[in-house]
Ligand binder design. Structure first.
Ligand code: ST9
Ligand code: NDP
Length: 561
């Protein structure tokens, strides 16, 4: 471990020696953040509660229109009501101007509680036009001047989270844009904390992951320079060699980004948050809030609609889901801690559940299925009945029997009735998506969580409740139930009052299945009987046995009367 010369920087003058809270030693010298040393900030500031700290502060958020960014904006407005302003970097998209997008975002149900507390909450949100893939993040010089003059805390959430992103694009957004944002942060006169949102899977090539920044797979600067002159075809060809044991360009570029962020730890105080698989909210602002198909949500929905019947996953592997509100509470608290205590080196927080309150994919399957049977989704294709298996061949068999065959029959029916076939197309997309997720559901990892415990210990009892990230209290079955309901209400926008009709629909599907199965058995049997003497003999034997039993039963009941 090399202690970096934080005190060479005038901004770090009042950093002081602190007590050691955790020690982990695997990373290479000069690249690891541990042991995590903390130090007291200026007298009095360490006594401030989280909300007191954010009072009067200006905060910059990237990725505020995304899943986690929105929850972060909401939480800061609701639980730190004295925050001065939230500057959010937003780009125009899909024919909508930046302002239209921000207006739509603020109308979202997620903000209902904030709206109740403060109907004028939108006045605190300042949208700044920015395209992160452009030079200078495409922020106007006037906006740069505003940001450098007033920002106290930066939360960097923006990223491409697609698993199939071409390397050049993933690098552009996840690494180069991060570098540019760090450049902007350096110019900020009053910056107190820079919080970077990474992923717990940035180092998924390791089995045990400590709260340290590991050596990058390649020096980011060199990679950026090399990719500059390569055309897309060349980059595509060398991507598998570059990403090595990592499953995709997403985890690879997130690992590089962590390193790039850590390189700036001498210049300002940094925190790196590493959430695992972020799911619907647990408690805040209400249980079950979710607004996208990413990660497990798409899988749950596909299973709830009866489309997904089989997937490769290990029943006994830990499903490291983490509720979005837990991640955001930790992020806000880490912002407070980083600003107030000014750690000498970037502190990494592994925001995971597996080591603290483990739950397994097999259990997830059970609870998701029973939840969707109790509260079905509208117009299910078949009755929800998904099974996970770690066996490749068994999975392939069920894909053929339970995915491809029904899709073929359904598309045939659509064709015959003059409609456009669609089921095969849906299944092809589903297979692509689950194929990309299987890596994460087929194995498990261990994450160290000393910094999380340390942070929890630093909060006042009141803050521990307001910014709760103690997942020991998480009741998984209840959480999964609310998660499934959340996908129904907020992702699919289905009406809860239609649940009785959805149940009726499932009963209809069950009856269709029973009828179909009975007809199939009768048909096969008839074909068999017509062709085989042995089958006929068995059939006569069974029928005569039934008759004998009936006559015996009749005779014995006549005698007793
Ligand atoms: C009950 C059984 C129990 C099962 C248990 C097993 C569950 C396993 C779950 C494992 C999750 C592991 C996640 C690991 C997360 C790593 C953590 C992070 O840092 S990173 C954070 C995590 N990052 C991610 O999760 C990113 C993963 N997603 C991707 O990379 C891309 O979306 C894509 C490659 C899958 C499809 O690309 P492309 O073909 O260009 O198409 P589009 O993108 O345009 O979408 C097309 C359609 O598909 C829809 N849909 C989307 N996702 C899913 C899904 N998962 N599923 C189903 N559907 C999905 C989408 O809504 C759309 O529908 P529609 O509007 O047309 O109707
Ligand atoms: N979701 C998960 O399971 C996990 C997420 N994370 C991390 O959390 C962070 C947030 O993830 P999440 O909220 O789920 O992701 P989303 O995809 O929901 O949000 C991504 C955000 O980044 C913005 N963005 C993307 N490209 C650009 C661009 N070129 N210019 C400006 N803004 C851009 C998006 O803006 P726009 O709306 O304009 O597209 C959006 O606001 C990411 O860093 C991710 O790596 C970590 C672990 C798990």
């Amino acid at each position: 471990m090399k202690r970096l010369n934080a005190d060479h920087n005038p901004r770090n003058k009042d950093r002081c020696e602190g007590q050691e809270l955790s020690r982990s030693g695997e990373a290479a010298p000069g690249t690891q953040t541990g042991p995590t040393e903390v130090c007291r900030g200026p007298a009095g500031s360490s006594m401030a509660s989280v909300a007191e700290y954010y009072a009067g502060k200006s905060v910059l958020i990237t990725g505020a229109t995304g899943f986690m960014g929105k929850v972060l904006v909401e939480k800061l407005l609701r639980s730190c009501p004295e925050v001065k302003a939230l500057y959010i970097l937003v780009r125009p998209k899909a024919g909508q101007s930046m302002q239209q997008r921000v207006n739509d975002m603020m109308k979202c149900k997620l903000f209902d509680r904030v709206r109740e507390d403060n109907p004028d909450f939108h006045q605190k949100i300042v949208a700044i036009s920015s395209e992160l893939t452009q030079p200078g993040l495409a922020i106007s010089s006037q906006d740069v001047a505003t940001l450098t003059a007033c920002i106290n805390v930066v939360f960097h959430c923006a990223a491409t989270i697609r698993f199939d992103e071409p390397l050049k694009h993933a690098l552009q957004l996840n690494v180069i844009a991060t570098q540019q944002l760090l450049g902007l942060a350096q110019q900020m006169h009053h910056l107190e904390a820079f919080i970077h949102v990474s992923t717990a899977y940035a180092n998924c090539n390791r089995k045990h992951i400590d709260e340290v920044v590991y050596p990058p797979p390649v020096e980011p600067k060199k990679l950026i320079e090399s990719l500059e002159w390569m055309d897309d075809g060349m980059v595509r060809d060398i991507t598998p060699r570059l990403i090595g044991e990592r499953p995709n360009t997403y985890t690879y570029t997130k690992a590089l980004a962590e390193y790039v962020v850590q390189q700036e730890q001498d210049k300002f105080s940094i925190g790196i948050i590493r959430p695992s698989i972020v799911g619907a909210s647990w408690q805040e602002p209400f249980p079950g809030w979710i607004d996208n198909f990413n990660g497990p949500s798409g899988v749950f929905i596909a299973a709830g609609k009866g489309i997904l019947r089989t997937m490769r996953a290990n029943n006994d592997a830990v499903a490291d889901l983490i509720p979005v509100d837990v991640v955001i509470n930790l992020t806000v608290a880490a912002g407070w801690y980083t600003a107030v205590h000014r750690p000498k080196t970037a502190l990494v927080y592994n925001c995971t559940t597996g080591g603290i309150n483990p739950f397994h994919w097999g259990e997830i399957e059970h609870h998701v299925m029973s939840s969707f049977k109790r509260n079905p989704l509208d117009q299910a294709f078949r009755r929800p009945n998904a099974n996970i298996t770690s066996n490749y061949l068994i999975n392939q068999y069920w894909i053929l029997v339970s995915h491809k065959f029904p899709a073929f029959i359904y598309d045939l029916f659509l064709r015959l009735s003059g409609q456009k076939p669609q089921m095969m197309r849906i299944f092809n997309r589903l297979h692509k998506a689950i194929g990309l997720l299987e890596y994460f559901s087929s194995q498990d990892w261990e994450w160290g969580s000393e910094n999380i415990s340390m942070l929890m210990g630093q909060l006042t009892p009141e803050d521990r409740k307001i910014f709760n990230f103690d997942v020991r209290q998480l009741n998984w079955p209840e959480y999964i139930e609310n998660y499934c309901l959340g996908t129904k209400k907020y992702v699919l926008n289905e009406d809860m009052s239609d649940i009785p009709a959805a149940r009726q629909h499932l009963r209809k599907l069950r009856n269709i299945r029973y009828t179909f199965n009975t007809l199939l058995v009768v048909f096969i049997w008839r074909v068999f009987i017509a062709r085989s003497q042995m089958a006929r003999n068995i059939w006569y034997f069974v029928v005569s046995l039934c008759f004998k039993f009936l006559s015996y039963f009749r005779a014995s009941s006549t005698l007793t009367n």
